[in-house]
Ligand binder design. Structure first.
Ligand code: CDP
Ligand code: MG
Length: 786
């Protein structure tokens, strides 16, 4: 079973019209040898000729064929990064942008000043950077500043098959930018790389690329993967089922790494813990029972789930992800990072343990969320255990309620997961579900744009400020199929309404400059008044990370643990009451708790000890610290005169500042206001202590974990509604009725027309000017007309 080795590489032969540039790269012999095994190496000449003769080229090949790591190197050697332009590569996930830049730098024996990355506001690019890996959101931001992307000679859009929102939009915009650049005599090459799925999404689309771009298919060296279905599908306990399967593989089957797909970070952690307990990290002594026993094996767990950047990203997200991949924590910071907020990603600087070979006599076992599905290839995997599910965020556009749900994956995803087992030799994929269930999977997962809010995109696109390209981008979104589904769900209307009839406002422009979701951007833009910026930054950071507190609501194994958990819950509740304070401060509600927790934690030096004592999630607190610093830097770049500095040990806000912060929260989350039903109007029992929101017919309630649970203020703003036994509002702030018509005239129903002009935002001072409409208004609200 020898592997066919492609012929040694030679410099690409370029047609005579082209200067034959060849920039030498000094690779180590081991690297060179490893590269020669990658299928794409055999296609270098084909790729480079296609790029020379076409503006747009599509490269498709199985994951692991070498697209991401090698194509940028081909381009570099052919001179695409010499002189006045560089090579840009976009990835939908931060973790891929970082780890790929490190890998390529290492392969090329170049420093990270030359092969660099940029994600959200973090990166190591320099003026010497020649190859720049970035998240797709980062490139979208750059288009905003420089529509023609003059600094690039080539743009590679990687992982296009994932159909991430930003990737879809980028391809749409680039299809217009590429001809414009050609007209200016400074051609820009576009390379779209994708797994072998859905290539026709990009090629067979005339409004996208009228001349059908050539597709280079990279042959694969995929070995056969035997797929084993479970006879029955376990209903819920797929993690337990995965554990049993891993033990069985480990005990009975020949050496080879195991890759396990679960749905969220919490699950990944708990399975890892369980495995570590069963297979401690030391060689087990040989029981000497016969040949078949592999005495020296142990399981080396490197989990690759999200470290939510935020939650260790949003609960991993990332977004992000996710929050630890947990539903709650998906971060939506950053447009700058599409970031992959999907199900948690792990951003480990340096080489992650998953890329290191397992020590001799051991077995590598990687437990991951779907981040390992296509963007990362982990060497040495022979067995895949697939639970068949992934955690996805669903967003109800009408009600604004977003939920994380664990759902079955698509057939395409299941096949991708299985393929991970056949990279280096024939492998096995154990599907923890039956073939009948598989037959019911959808063929592909729906493009992301059909299942997330689009407010941030609309704002970014407006800020591009180029009417024509906006129209084309929109057409393209439609032609990309991105808007077909929204049309059915009514979401298309939102884009349409925002089209050209509504030009971007000064406030919108200020908002677009912050790398956070529009509602948070509005809070930041407004918070320049009354010296509130550092609090606003803290709140936005914390709200992005979410789930600051441990929940301690896992089922206890015995009475002793029950008591322990009860004690911990009581401690958290007590600290929350202390941090919420009294009087005016309590009106800021759960957001005051957030400020208090962050302030106290930083005062204590943000130690693990302090967090454990007070039920705070240590990783979340570290992430907040990081985001605060980043947002402060971003704000300083936008408003140099503000001269903010990062003061982790902020003082508690003054009363006047608390009031300002409450107004700011209302201004940012104006559509998330709820009013308590006056007790006199409560007829049915189900409406006792209920609140009414403009969007939902059903009653909503204050979540018992909120510090305002007993206060029952008349008007509140909520961060989110979660649906469990009832609809519960979380993250509450009390607001005053009379602020609503002043700050949110569009949501207010006025009995008489406003006599004075509506409030306006002054970008120079960061202030909102409004004229009190005296007695004419009646507080209530209605939706803006559609
Ligand atoms: O992009 P594509 O999936 O086609 O492949 P790639 O990401 O360029 O990976 C090519 C090879 O490099 C795979 O065998 C990876 O395992 C390896 N690689 C690695 O060893 N370390 C990294 N940090 C990244 C990739
Ligand atoms: Mg790749």
């Amino acid at each position: 079973n020898s592997i066919p080795v492609p012929p040694p590489r030679s410099p690409p032969t370029l047609p005579p019209s082209q200067p034959a540039i060849f920039i030498p790269v000094d690779r180590s012999p081991e690297i060179q040898e490893a590269r020669l095994l990658l299928p794409i190496l055999a296609e270098e000449q084909v790729v480079m000729e296609a790029v020379t003769h076409n503006r747009v080229v599509v490269i498709s090949g199985e994951t692991g064929s070498g697209k991401t790591t090698q194509v940028p190197q081909f381009l570099y050697e052919a001179g695409y990064a010499s002189g006045d332009g560089i090579i840009g590569v976009t990835e939908p996930r931060r973790v891929a942008a970082v780890s790929m830049s490190q890998r390529v730098a290492k392969e090329m024996n170049l420093s990270d000043r030359v092969v660099s990355y940029q994600i959200r506001y973090e990166g190591n690019t320099t003026e010497n950077t020649k190859i720049k890996f970035m998240t797709d959101g980062v490139l979208l931001k750059e288009i905003q500043r420089d529509f023609l992307l003059t600094k690039y000679k080539v743009i590679i859009i990687d992982e296009a098959h994932e159909r991430s929102v930003y990737t879809d939009i980028l391809i749409g915009l680039l299809s217009r930018i590429v001809p414009l650049r050609a007209k200016r005599g400074r051609p820009l090459k576009l390379i779209i790389m994708s797994a072998t799925l859905r290539v026709e999404d990009f090629t067979a689309n005339e409004s996208l690329f009228p001349a059908r771009p050539p597709v280079i298919e990279v042959g694969t060296r995929q070995f056969a993967v035997t797929v084993h279905f479970n006879k029955r599908t376990p209903l819920d306990d797929y993690a337990g089922e995965a554990f049993r399967k891993i033990c069985k593989i480990h005990r009975m089957l020949p050496p080879g790494g195991i890759l396990v797909f679960l749905t969220g970070q919490a699950e990944v952690h708990s399975l890892c813990r369980r495995l570590r307990r069963s297979f401690p990290h030391r060689p087990v002594p040989d029981p000497g029972e016969g040949e078949g026993r592999k005495s020296q094996t142990w399981i080396d767990l490197a989990n690759y789930s999200s470290v939510p950047l935020e939650e260790e990203e949003a609960e991993d997200r990332e977004a992000g992800s996710d929050g630890d991949g947990e539903a709650g924590s998906e971060a939506d910071l950053d447009l700058g990072d599409g970031d992959g907020a999907e199900a948690g990603e792990c951003l480990t600087p340096g080489v992650s343990p998953v890329f290191r070979p397992a020590p001799g006599g051991t077995r590598l076992c990687v437990v991951a969320t779907n981040v390992a599905e296509t963007s990362l290839t982990i060497p040495g995997i022979k067995y895949v255990v697939d639970c068949g599910k992934s955690k996805r965020r669903f967003y109800d556009q009408l009600t604004g309620v977003s939920t994380f749900r664990v759902t079955w994956i698509s057939q395409a995803s299941a096949n991708q997961r299985a393929g991970r087992a056949g990279r280096t030799e024939p492998g096995h994929c154990y599907r923890l579900y039956s073939s009948a269930v598989f037959a019911d999977f959808e063929e592909f997962s729906p493009a992301e744009i059909t299942r997330r809010p689009v407010d941030d995109l609309v704002l970014q696109m407006k800020d591009l400020n180029i009417e024509k390209s906006l129209v084309s981008a929109e057409e393209l979104l439609i032609s990309l199929g991105a808007l077909v589904e929204p049309l059915q769900t009514g979401r298309y209307k939102e884009l349409e309404r925002a089209k050209l009839s509504c030009p971007i406002s000064p406030l919108g422009r200020a908002m677009a400059s912050f790398p956070v979701a529009p509602r948070y951007a509005k809070m930041l833009a407004l918070s320049r008044q009354h010296d509130c910026m550092q609090y606003a930054i803290t709140l936005v950071s914390a709200l992005t990370v979410r789930e600051l507190f441990e929940e301690f609501n896992r089922p206890a194994v015995n009475e002793e643990e029950t008591q322990k958990l009860k004690g911990k819950r009581a401690r958290v509740a007590q600290m929350q009451r202390i941090w919420a304070g009294q009087g005016v401060s309590l009106k800021l509600g759960d957001l005051m708790v957030v400020l208090g927790a962050v302030g106290a934690c930083e005062f204590a030096g943000c130690t693990l000890h302090f967090c454990t004592q007070n039920g705070l999630r240590y990783k979340a607190m570290l992430e907040i610290r990081r985001l605060r610093a980043q947002l402060t830097n971003a704000t300083n770049a936008i408003y140099p005169e503000a001269g903010l500095f990062v003061d982790p040990k902020m003082k508690p806000p003054l009363e006047s500042q608390v009031t300002m912060l409450r107004q700011m929260v209302l201004a940012g989350l104006g559509d998330q206001v709820a009013r308590r039903l006056p007790p006199g109007e409560v007829l049915e029992d189900k409406w006792r202590n209920a609140y009414k929101t403009p969007l939902l017919d059903d009653p909503v309630f204050i979540h018992p974990s909120s510090v305002l649970f007993k206060q029952l203020p008349e008007f509140v703003v909520y961060q989110e509604i979660v649906e469990t036994s009832k609809m519960y509002m979380k993250g509450l702030t009390e607001i005053e009725a009379e602020w609503i018509p002043l700050l949110l005239p569009r949501y207010t129903h006025f009995e008489k027309p406003l006599e004075s002009p509506p409030p306006s935002y002054c970008p120079d001072t960061g202030r909102v000017r409004c004229h009190r409409a005296s007695t004419f208004y009646r507080v209530g609200w209605q939706l803006p007309a559609v």
